[in-house]
Design a protein around this ligand. Sequence first.
Ligand code: COI
Length: 350
Amino acid sequence: MKIKLCREKRVKPDYSKLGFGKYFTDHMLVVDYVDGKWSEPEIVPYGDFSLAPCTTVLHYGQGIFEGLKAYKRPNGSIALFRPRDNLIRMNRSAERLCMPTIDTELILKGMKELLEIDHDWIPSQPGTSVYIRPTMIGTEAALGVHPSKTYRFFIILSPVASYYANGLAPTKILIEDKYVRAPLGGTGEVKCMANYAASLLAGDLANKKGYDQVLWLDTEHKYVEEVGSMNIFFVIDGVVKTPALVGSILPGITRDSVLKLLKKFGIPAEETRITVEEVYAAHQQGKLSEVFGTGTAAVISPVGILGYKNEELVINGNNMGKISQMLYDELTGIQYGEKPDTFGWIERVK
Ligand code: COI
């Protein structure tokens, strides 16, 4: 690993006003793919890239990313949560977009080294962490529509607090009945940039109506899929239900962790196809006791209001429910080292 440290450390932001994804640490990891092979990873000062105006990613969106977090624990150690699962998923995204796969162990080693170098940027206030963004872009300078011949992989680090501005306060989500996020056979189950670009208009229209985000349905507008920044769970009649991974939904690592925690605690849970009508009927019958989203950025985010066809369905009196709170406490307890890591999810950096 080549390491070039910056001469001057940048001024750190006010850690009580971090928000999400606004600040970046002093260094980044960069690896280039040229002539069919990856170069040696380099850690360099955080800074701009220079790209030709005709670069592939700027025209055809050949770009993928991941999101994971590192946590500073009370004893000063740094912990990563399931990092290999993110890197394995990144390789699945790479294959779907005709991009080269990465050596997950080598990249994990580089990620740890980067975190050690910038360890003084990792916040320790409750609910804060460093959000890690591994990214890969096609860098060939040519306009023909074909897979790029060259790529850049990089990792940047951002000290963050909660994803939603109001922290753990219940969110307001609009059930989207016009636009769709991903058809079957599309790219919905991988983490490519285009999925997010395609979601912006619906999200923006929902924001204007006072909602935080939209809940996507399938192309027939029948089945519930995901929120885009998080997977979705419903507690109906005491059973926790989440949409099955049919091919258009991102297989979230927090989603998987939640399913494993529910099993451990003996709470009935199902991965199944859920119609929007079932959710509506459960609410009308008083059987929809909780709705929450799961994601690396979102952690466990309670949903307090679901907007559906000009109605607002209030969930649990617009309060975080018992199961959501238990899952939040358990998951963050494991991440910050306050609860035992019985699943072996934690990878120590130092
Ligand atoms: C994440 O939870 O890591 C995400 O990628 C969601 C969003 C910030 C894009």
